[in-house]
Design a protein around this ligand. Structure first.
Ligand SMILES: CC(C)(COP(=O)(O)OP(=O)(O)OC[C@H]1O[C@@H](n2cnc3c(N)ncnc32)[C@H](O)[C@@H]1OP(=O)(O)O)[C@@H](O)C(=O)NCCC(=O)NCCS
Length: 157
């Protein structure tokens, strides 16, 4: 997925993940496993019809919010865009985090990453500080639980 230029357009990607994706994937799996063990939060695979289409989950990004350093991230392979998979997966991930005592989550992206920003908005994130080419948005557990804060991707018929 990461070899697709469109997928990595707004990401900081290591040369390893482009040149040796198998090696990079093994490194990522070790890192994701470590996060679960250390923080009780980590990354989930997103599957559709039994096929891996992306991932969603949590890492730590200090220095952006006085409220939290818990950051949510997401990535889908391009054929999986536009089907609501990221909204569904991120909603599940946030439900998990907020049910386990996390009070705030941040999401960080480039202001040019329209799809990621739209996803944040659907989930109820509030856009905050921008530093250079990076913008940070925040979501509280209380706001997430208030249905009015979230906008459905597909309007009800
Ligand atoms: C960011 C990213 C995960 C967003 O993916 P996405 O497909 O736009 O988001 P969703 O999966 O929630 O899909 C929403 C779209 O599916 C549509 N959709 C179709 N069926 C749907 C359903 N049942 N439920 C919800 N939405 C549905 C929505 O209308 C919306 O369409 P639109 O894009 O035309 O507005 C994806 O673009 C990506 O992986 N980008 C590359 C990696 C990246 O930049 N990650 C972020 C780093 S900060």
């Amino acid at each position: 997925m990461i070899r697709d230029l469109e997928v990595r357009r707004h990401l900081t990607v290591t040369r390893l993940s482009v040149l040796a994706p198998g090696l990079a994937a093994r490194h990522d799996v070790r890192e994701f496993t470590r996060r679960w063990a250390r923080h009780g939060l980590g990354v989930w695979a997103i599957e559709a019809d039994g096929v891996l289409v992306g991932w969603v989950g949590f890492g730590r990004r200090p220095g952006w919010s006085p409220l939290t350093d818990v950051e949510i991230g997401w990535l889908l392979g391009r054929p999986a865009w536009g089907r609501g998979y990221a909204t569904e997966a991120a909603t599940g991930a946030l439900e998990h985090a907020f049910a386990h005592g996390i009070e705030h989550v941040i999401a960080v992206t480039s202001p040019a990453n329209a799809r990621s920003l739209a996803l944040m908005e659907r989930l109820g994130f509030e856009r905050g500080e921008q530093r250079g080419d990076t913008v940070c948005a925040t979501l509280s557990a209380a706001r997430f639980r208030a249905p009015a804060a979230r906008t459905p991707a597909v309007p009800a018929p």
